[in-house]
Design a protein around this ligand. Structure first.
Ligand code: PHB
Length: 392
């Protein structure tokens, strides 16, 4: 029964003097489940926020708009990828809007502020991108989950791949913030363990795009290769500038797949043949992924990317938890236990969560071919983040 038919029925019953029945009917309607999206809708990561929301809504639509038998209402906040506004923004969702669960965000610095508030308030938080190692490390908590990756995961895999490809001396370049630092750290750990050396680490403030002086430094130093962490609008600009500097022919560029995911249309031809590592790829050609891609393309007239997958899986994880408690979010321990036990049938391939609540997942090797990040192999199977500092 819709709300308007209910109102009509209630009015009719009232007129008949039969008050008890319609009120009881009304009481049985479960309240809507309020989901707070805290995502970037402006700035360098804006497209990533939209893809995450699209993915989440696609799963929801496939479930008839309900999770755990409850209709879902979405409340949104644009976090602008600004850590200085993060605590206020997440508190708006939790205290003002009284959401049942928070889904967010993309930027690691913002996510860490969110994780602190989630931990303090006990609010269920599902992180659909931000890789901040701390979120499933020292800040881990029973009510904090991630549907994406830790910054360490694809970076560590790339370190192994770069060493196997025979590179010895590599320079790194990234934005100076948690995700960039941790991505470089993961790469360096594996690369140096396998005989390589990171000769110099360059960076610039987030979300700056003044790459010129740094590219000149790379050209002068002539390393065997470069490892870069950028994403979204900043990645498009970086790839264009790298190409314009004439570097791709002499100094091959590597990175976690964020460097080339969701941006190939915008970047043009500059990144052809580039090898990256990530927990998703184009051309997986599994029935699960094919169905997802078809549904996504139909719904949004766009091809999905890793960010869309992570949003879709955030909804799947929430759905698994809510299903186990029949939509009753007050049964938090059971809800949490159900997400912990779930096998998520992700478009990326099925995964389960580690003890620290981060996906244990295959990291693919991908190669830019035309406008796609074509899968060419698996760098590391079932890679778990080490979850350093997490006590759960
Ligand atoms: C992050 O800040 O953790 C981050 C941002 C964009 C990405 C990946 C990681 O594509």
């Amino acid at each position: 029964m819709t709300r308007s038919t209910l109102t009509v029925a209630a009015a009719a019953a009232l007129a008949l003097g039969a008050l008890a029945t319609p009120l009881a009917t009304q009481a049985q309607q479960p309240a809507k489940l309020k989901v707070g999206f805290m995502l970037p809708y402006t700035g360098t990561f804006a497209a990533l926020g939209v893809a995450i929301e699209n993915g989440f809504r696609l799963h929801l639509a496939e479930q008839g708009g309900k999770l755990g038998g409850r209709e879902v209402e979405i409340v949104k906040v644009d976090d602008e990828s600004d850590p200085s506004k993060a605590t206020d923004n997440v508190n708006k969702l939790i205290k003002r809007d009284e959401v049942d669960v928070v889904v967010g965000t993309v930027h690691s610095g913002v996510a860490m502020a969110m994780a602190k508030v989630a931990k303090d308030t006990g609010t269920l938080l599902i992180v659909p991108n931000a890789g901040a190692d701390a979120v499933t490390g020292p800040m881990c908590a029973p009510n904090i989950f991630r549907s994406s990756f830790s910054n360490w995961q694809p970076a560590y895999a790339m370190g192994e791949v770069a060493a196997k490809r025979g590179h010895k001396k590599v320079m790194t370049i990234t934005w100076k913030y948690a995700a960039g630092d941790e991505s470089v750290g993961g790469f360096k750990e594996a690369f140096e363990k396998n005989g390589g050396q990171v000769t110099k680490s360059l960076n610039l403030p987030f979300p700056g795009v003044e790459f010129q002086a740094l590219l000149t430094e790379i050209a002068a130093a002539k390393p065997d290769a470069v490892y870069a962490f950028f994403s979204g609008g900043g990645a498009v600009k970086f790839l264009k500038d790298y190409a314009a500097a004439g570097l791709p022919k002499t100094v091959p560029l590597y990175g976690p797949g964020f460097l080339t995911d969701g941006i190939l249309e915008a970047a043009g031809d500059v990144s052809q043949g580039m090898v990256t590592t990530l927990h998703y790829a184009d051309g997986l050609n599994t029935p699960r992924d094919n169905a997802f891609r078809l549904a996504y393309a139909k719904a949004y007239k766009l091809q999905p990317d890793v960010f869309a997958v992570q949003g879709y899986d955030a909804a799947q994880m929430l759905g698994a938890g809510l299903k186990a408690v029949g939509g009753d979010t007050t049964k938090k321990p059971q809800l949490i236990a159900a997400i912990e036990a779930a096998q998520i049938e992700s478009p990326r391939g099925p995964f389960k969560l580690s003890k620290a609540h981060n996906p244990v997942q295959d990291i693919y090797i991908r190669k830019v071919d035309g406008k796609v990040n074509q899968v060419t192999g698996i760098a590391i199977k079932a890679l778990a983040d080490p979850a350093r500092g997490c006590r759960l």
